[in-house]
Design a protein around this ligand. Structure first.
Ligand code: ZN
Length: 213
């Protein structure tokens, strides 16, 4: 899997030729060294934010918070406050204050778990959390409703966030970056995660978003 990526990265200087859904003819841009996970998260956040602003999804106030070790962030989820710590491996969207919070520790863990795909993991995570921001912004910016909608069917809500991630990523990332995210999502496709469901379903939801479905 990683070998395939290196071959593609080395061989392609013009148009990427593989046939992932919705990925067609934009130039392959990822030619230098990979970004660090934090750089990738910051870039992805900037791209996603600009895209959703252009779609009037209301991301002008959304912030990205990278939590370093021993830093903390309090998020109001309505019925309770989440005290997120930089000492944990977490990434989440917070409706109040409107922010995507990712710990450096979680980015480092992704780097360790997916060597060679560390920036792809960071990029996907950021686009996914921005998908949750779309859910919040398009449901009246009502924290209680946001939490209620999530609680009714967490897996569907998570898959929708991933589809939104695909929509924004498909419009803003290079083919190489999209390919990297596909590789990342294809890792352990049968893995089942509480609230998120099957990883393979997220891969399909991301592709559907890229393809504009
Ligand atoms: Zn999520």
């Amino acid at each position: 899997m990683f070998m395939k990526r290196r071959i593609l990265g080395a061989a392609l200087s013009g148009t990427l030729l593989f046939g992932a859904a919705g990925v067609s003819s934009r130039p392959y841009q990822e030619v230098g060294p990979q970004q660090t996970p934090v750089e990738a998260a910051i870039d992805a956040f900037s791209e996603a934010r600009q895209y959703w602003i252009s779609q009037n999804a209301g991301h002008a106030a959304t912030r990205l918070i990278i939590l370093d070790q021993n830093e903390s962030f309090d998020c109001n989820y309505g019925y309770r406050t989440i005290h997120a710590s930089g000492n944990e491996e977490v990434a989440f969207y917070c409706p109040d204050p409107d922010a995507v919070a990712i710990t450096r520790k979680s980015l480092d863990a992704a780097e360790a778990a997916f060597p060679g795909q560390r920036d792809d993991a960071a990029r996907f995570t950021t686009f996914h959390e921005m998908g949750h921001a779309v859910q919040f912004h398009t449901s009246g910016q009502d924290v209680s409703k946001f939490i209620g909608d999530y609680g009714q069917d967490p897996v569907s809500y998570e898959l929708q966030a991933t589809r939104y991630a695909g929509v924004a990523a498909g419009q803003t990332l290079s083919n190489g970056e999209l390919f990297g995210i596909n590789l990342y999502l294809d890792t352990d496709p049968d893995q089942y995660q509480w609230t998120h469901g099957y990883r393979r379903d997220h891969a399909a939801a991301f592709d559907a978003g890229v393809a504009g479905r």
